[in-house]
Design a binder for this molecule. Sequence first.
Ligand code: APR
Length: 255
Amino acid sequence: MTETSTLERALEALTGANRLVVVTGAGMSHDSGVPTFRDAMTGLWAQYDPHELASEDAYRRNPARVFGWYLWRWCLVRSVEPHPGYHALTRLEAGTDDFLVATQNVDGLHSRGGNQRIVELHGSLTAFRCFDNGHPYDSAKLESLTALSGEEVEPPRCQECGSPIRPGVVWFGESLPQMAVKQAWSAVAACDALMVIGTSALVYPAAELPSLAMRKGVPVVEINPDLTPISHEVTVSWSERAAVALPALVDRLIQ
Ligand code: APR
């Protein structure tokens, strides 16, 4: 199957869809130069197990190590730009009545790329809050801070209660934000097509969303250079990078 004919099949599956859900994962950010969680564990971070950097226990044991890791990743994310695939999704949102991006990414690139209807199932690197009471903490106050690879950074304190500040991401062992889950599942229940982009479709519950759409019988288009466990079940599996496939697709869908 040539790439052109895969594009035509994706167009056929999505033309006329007006209640669209787009599920994204780390592969969407990859073309902007954001490493996955595990790929980011290079250099001095490589010595740690993921649970030592991304769990409540780890934060209690060593808040400066965990805060340093997230500050470093936040700095990295701020240094990259959303690729053309993000801008394509923004054009798609503008041309669709009901639209939702349900992302597993915490890097905020969908918002920087211009999308407005987004749920962040695994939280956000930018949404800092205090550890004890969840008071929001203005990330602008952290913009002057930097972290080097492997560097521990003492977290600042909440101005309301003095508790240390943590990132607003979902750590191992934590529940997903209930509002985000509710919105994503309702959108899929009502959608007439779904796109799944740059996710290995292995991490639940987000991996459940494309399956739910398939069970409903609506078209599901996957964009991923590699095969995933759902590639053989979706309506169209397009073996292409997000930054290439999305602009080509949306240019033809929205004219
Ligand atoms: N365009 C599209 N897809 C890509 C690209 C690209 N340029 N590059 C890589 N991919 C695909 C890979 O083939 C892989 O299937 O993106 C997928 C990334 O898979 P994972 O790294 O497992 O990321 P994700 O599915 O988002 O993982 C879910 O797991 O590590 C946790 O919390 C983390 O949110 C993450 C969750």
